[in-house]
Ligand binder design. Structure first.
Ligand code: SF4
Ligand code: SF4
Length: 188
């Protein structure tokens, strides 16, 4: 699926000239692809001077830290979430898969922030997960980011809002997943 990063696009319009199927338009100075018309030819990918266009392939398992199954946890680090809502990203769509209980979070309350055991406890509830999204990360982000793409959503957001933010930032998430240097990705 062809995806244009709103963070990188400057609205120059070069991709529109290149697109034989007229699948790209500019809205509010940012390019966007009409997926139903796109032929996946990838001519637009190479022409973009901002590297804003990406052919996003494959699927990602994404975990959202939450206490109530509705809102992203914001009053403490993501590892202290009672639950992880697990969603799957595939072909531009994000679908709910399951809720996992973070059964070890209570025993970790006695440990200090940044304790390696705490990072291991968080990771044990996240088997097969590619991306971990929370409202806050502690010092253990330096360990977690080696196992997951760690992404922060700022403010009080619902999981549904965070899913939309994930979709908007999928290019950056995919780039981070493939990158050797794991930075820890901040969303909005
Ligand atoms: S070529 Fe790149 S920067 Fe220019 S409008 Fe298209 S996506 Fe945006
Ligand atoms: S992949 Fe091809 S058809 Fe699709 S938007 Fe880019 S140039 Fe147009």
């Amino acid at each position: 699926m062809i995806h244009i990063s709103k963070n990188k696009c400057v609205g120059c319009g070069l991709c529109i000239e290149k697109c034989a199927s007229n699948s790209i338009g500019i809205f509010n100075s940012i390019a966007s692809v009409n997926q139903s018309d796109c032929m996946q030819c990838q001519s637009c990918v190479a022409i973009c001077p901002q590297s804003a266009i990406m052919n996003v392939k494959g699927s990602l398992l994404v975990a959202f830290g939450t206490d109530d199954g509705v809102n992203i946890k914001t009053d403490n680090h993501v590892g202290m979430s009672k639950y992880f809502h697990i969603w799957i990203y595939e072909n531009g769509e994000v679908k709910y898969r399951e809720m996992r209980e973070n059964i070890k979070y209570k025993e970790d309350e006695s440990k200090t922030h940044g304790d390696p055991g705490k990072a291991r406890a968080t990771a044990s509830a996240l088997e097969s997960v590619d991306v971990l999204i929370g409202g806050k990360f502690g010092p253990n982000i330096s360990r977690l980011k080696n196992k997951f793409v760690c992404a922060v959503v700022h403010g009080n957001r619902t999981i549904t809002q965070a899913v939309d933010i994930l979709k908007e930032n999928i290019n950056e998430i995919m780039e981070e997943k493939c990158s050797e240097e794991k930075k820890g990705r901040v969303l909005v």
